[in-house]
Design a protein around this ligand. Structure first.
Ligand code: KG4
Ligand code: ZN
Length: 328
């Protein structure tokens, strides 16, 4: 059994997962403290990880009815993410592994999102095209074999979740903005405003900067009162543009790769209209339960099965990394 930790952003996570992908526990402690700042404050995140991590690991073991003696591997996110936050998980994982002379599997966070689809009971196995859209990253991956993927495109500026969060902020909604914006959009007309979907960006990369600016200008042009009166229309049209931008790249990606199977990951996969849009594509679609789409440690354990673990004590000098290949 694998004990995994994930602390790359603002969620302190630990999980116990069997080698066959059965989840025995998946504990996620979300740090609500960042909401008042309208975004994640790295230093605050690190401090909270430090306070929470031991209890979260204890909870994961208790819920699994297991102890560290049952573990054969400790897995941990090594990057990309906030370095200070990652280091808390990495050092904790080293200590847990060293105490039992266990091997340590360093896992790439993005591989974790892709591997989340492999967890039971869904167990969606490659080959498939995978769209991961979260607050920190947005990319399209060609997944041919378990544990291996090629990034076909990624965002050139904001992540899709970030676009939701920034748009929500402009519309006077709280953080995280995605769920709030989706709620507001329900009573709006998604065709009221014609926001750009960056279809002109060649290839399979994403871009949300133009859309964000378009919303800003629309609000400015309407004036304060009119913009306030039409918040729901603005939200619905903005959401539609994000969904269409994502769907457009997915359609191109399916065409380019010939994949007939599609998996979603990342927090934005919780978005109702996005799910609806994706379910209309002529593919076999897998959307893991939302607690496996957002940052979690079970997905890190799933990915760890495809990583060569470092034996004790080779991992002592292991460092975290902030950005992945191509700055995803
Ligand atoms: O995967 P996640 O929990 O954390 C990161 O790795 O960033 O994703 C969080 C992001 C936030 O930007 C949030 O606004 C967005 O996912 N999100 C949504 C919805 N629920 C969460 N965006 C749109 N619609 C939603 N229902
Ligand atoms: Zn993530």
């Amino acid at each position: 059994m694998i004990v995994a930790l994930e602390t790359s952003c603002d969620d302190t996570c630990a999980a116990v997962v069997e080698r066959d992908g059965t989840i025995r526990s998946n504990v996620i402690s979300s740090q609500g403290v960042h909401d008042r700042y309208g975004g994640v404050v790295p230093e605050v995140a690190s401090r909270h990880h430090l306070e929470l991590v031991n209890d979260v690991v204890d909870d994961a073991l208790r819920q699994a009815g297991a102890t560290l003696d049952d573990a054969d591997t400790i897995a941990v996110t090594r990057g990309p993410g906030l370095v200070g936050a990652l280091l808390v998980g990495l050092q904790t994982a080293k200590a847990l592994a060293a105490a039992r002379r266990l091997p340590l599997a360093p896992v790439d966070h993005l591989l974790g999102h892709v591997a989340a689809t492999e967890l039971r009971p869904q167990a969606f196995a490659p080959p498939f095209l995978c769209l991961v859209a979260s607050g920190g990253h947005t990319f399209l991956a060609d997944v041919r074999d378990p544990g291996r993927f090629e990034v076909l495109g990624s965002t050139l500026d904001d992540a899709a979740g970030e676009a939701f969060d920034k748009g929500a902020r402009m519309l006077g909604l709280g953080y995280p903005g995605g769920p709030a914006l989706q709620r507001l959009a329900q009573s709006g007309d998604e065709r009221a405003f014609d926001f750009p979907t960056a279809k002109g960006v060649a290839g399979l990369d994403f871009s949300f900067a133009g859309l964000k600016t378009a919303l800003l200008y629309a609000i400015r042009d309407l004036g304060e009162d009119e913009a306030a009166a039409r918040r729901a229309d603005l939200a619905a049209s903005y959401q539609r543009a994000i969904v269409e931008a994502l769907a457009h790249r997915v359609e191109r990606g399916l065409e380019a790769t010939g994949h007939t199977r599609l998996a979603l990951g990342g927090g934005v996969a919780a978005n109702g209209p996005l799910r609806e849009r994706m379910s209309q594509l002529p593919v076999e679609l897998a959307i893991p339960p939302i607690e496996l789409c957002t940052d979690n440690a079970a997905m890190i354990a799933a990915a760890a099965r495809h990583v060569a673990p470092l034996p004790y004590p080779e991992y002592f000098g292991l460092d975290a990394y902030a950005t992945g290949e191509g700055g995803l």
